[in-house]
Design a protein around this ligand. Sequence first.
Ligand code: SF4
Length: 507
Amino acid sequence: MSFGTAVITPRWQYVLAGATPKSFGDPVLVDETLAQVRPESIEAQDAVGIGIHTANALRGYEIGKMARERGAYVIFGGIHATLYPEEALELGGAHAVVKGDGDIAWAKALADCRAGSPKSVYVGGQIEASDFVAARWDLVPRSRYMWASVQTVRGCPKHCSFCSVWRTDGQRPRQRASDVVIEEIVQLRRLGFRFIALADDNFYPVTLTDLSLAAKQRNTARLNELESIRAERFDLMDRLAQLPDDMVFFTQITMEAAEDPEFLDAMKAARIKGALVGVESVTPEGLKDVYKDFNLAGENLTERLRTFRRHGVHVLGSFIFGLPSDRPETFAATAAAAISADCTFAQFVMLSPYPGTVDFNRWEKSLGDDPPTVAGVPLTRRWLIPQSLRPKLYWDHPVMSAEEIRSRTQGVWDSFYSWGPIWRRSRFIKSSRGRLAFVLISRIYRLMYADTGIATDSARVTWSGRWARWMAKPCRSLFAGSPMPDLQVPAARRPRLESPSLVSLPS
Ligand code: SF4
């Protein structure tokens, strides 16, 4: 669904633009959240790069086939193409697929296309942070996006069963030096972006527990590595704190950061005002289901989430429904926990087997060699099923039907984002204008992510799309700032590390 306005810039496009050799000229960037690609804009001998994840793979294949028919070279990349390169080659008209990081491999694929001999697969792998390419923000249509996105670290040391990040991006945090991150952020503020998402897998790659374990084991080399990564985080936050005070940052973080008041205080000073925290489940059984028992449950969970808020960091709590241990009463308990934990925003997703995850492998195996089909497509390739026919839930639940889980999930979205609770949650904002903006943003969030994702009623989906589009336009101006072309890059105030951009953990 194209909204005309998008929330966050698709960072990978601007990174690949940065990775495109000058001899090819400036790439044309198309974000289908804003508007669909125009076939007539593609000419023979063009190179068309298409980034896909599982949810939009089918649309990506349509575009790939169309571009190939028009005589262009077609190169696929992204998580889904990394996992299923043969699919893009067979169904998406791909001449080539880049697996893994595209920062270096993209230029090789382009050069081979120019020579008329692209390889089927380019292995981009997991490159070092020092090789990450800076994004070409000079190409961004400033007025179309609310938030810009900058990545500071790739990879996550955890191993949640529903998540593919640790398998595709690796468990070794690859952290960029604060020098290059702050350069990018200043460039964005110069253009007028005030709101920036630190689009990291996990902004808190080293926990206090990791440090104390390394110290206990007297593993000096590891301890030094961990401390270097941590010091670099603080250096970055210190420099963010020196930027204009109208800037706001948002990131994604594990709940363990709440044990680390020094880190939370640094986040507050840096104006990292919000973080997505993967709560997943409010019960110990649910956390075990997803290999996330480093999270807390019950009263301890509420207290830990409130700690973020006490330190000035708002929480977007992310909850999963449909876990084997969920029961009908889990839904109301989760909604109540999200409210009592002071979550400013929340998202409620239904457990889905995503390729590249432990859950997916288990599910695929459980369906055997002859899985059920929908419209002739095996369920284990569910992303190839036409959108309108796709089931909403893929695995049998011990006590609830798929429809019960879907409608109860919808009910939790409805109750968390109804007018009264949103208005009450806006109490932390002093001005009426600010409170109204908060209400508007909460409603847009719900319309963009709840109704379009899990509603079965097509009238509701169409209505939501229209409203989200209509409301997103006035909202956009709330996020914009005046350009500051002369803004300088703040210097590091802490003692510098010896080689911060290359610090890494063993896998
Ligand atoms: S869900 Fe979050 S914490 Fe778990 S592996 Fe993925 S990125 Fe890491």
